[in-house]
Design a protein around this ligand. Structure first.
Ligand code: MN3
Length: 201
């Protein structure tokens, strides 16, 4: 059964960029709900209990057809949020180091250009979803966005960083101003975590 991963920081640790109430509700209510619903699938399909969530998302056909949609939404929600918490930290932001920085500049022209393209992906995602930096099938960095809780793992991409742009991620603090949330979020990015993912490719 899935359980909430331990947060490495307190609910108010990302203030002023992400406020305590948003973090607490997002983690305790939203993430927990994805876990509870994904666990319902594990209860109905005990053969899935020995597989970790990433393995299942990479090949959703291991889930019986009638449960695939619910697992995609809730197993995906669990995996995406687990990654999201890991990719943030208090006093984050700044620039990635060495390999990842060079790769971003090589691919997107400059770090600023990368940030703009990532923000565009996050801003233009209509409705609920995520913006991602991934390694694609050619092992190249790529920016894209997914709807709902679709995970890059479902497309066999390696997620390097991901940003939740569901309204529940920002509405309490930023209301309808998604662009303001994006601007703030760069201040809590844990580049060390992103580098770790990039370097383990
Ligand atoms: Mn969320």
């Amino acid at each position: 059964m899935y359980i909430l991963p331990q947060l490495r920081y307190s609910f108010d640790a990302l203030e002023p960029y992400i406020d305590r109430a948003t973090m607490e509700i997002h983690y305790k209510k939203h993430h927990q709900a994805y876990i509870d619903n994904a666990n319902k699938v594990l209860i109905a399909c005990p053969e899935l209990q020995s597989l970790n969530v990433e393995v299942i998302l990479k090949d959703i056909s291991v889930v019986p057809a009638k449960y695939q949609e619910i697992f995609k939404n809730h197993g995906g929600g669990h995996a995406n949020h687990t990654l999201f918490w890991e990719l943030m930290k208090p006093y984050g932001g700044g620039l990635p180091k060495d390999g990842l920085q060079h790769a971003l500049i090589k691919k997107f022209g400059s770090f600023q250009q990368f940030q703009e393209l990532f923000n565009d992906a996050a801003k233009s995602r209509f409705g609920s979803g995520w913006a991602w930096l991934v390694l694609n099938h050619e092992q190249e960095l790529m920016i894209y966005s997914t709807a709902n809780q679709d995970s890059p793992l479902m497309h066999n991409y390696i997620p390097i960083m991901g940003l939740d742009v569901w309204e529940h991620a920002y509405y309490l603090q930023y209301k309808n101003l998604r662009a303001d949330y994006l601007k703030s979020w760069w201040n809590v990015v844990d580049w060390k975590e992103a580098e770790k993912r990039f370097n383990s490719k």
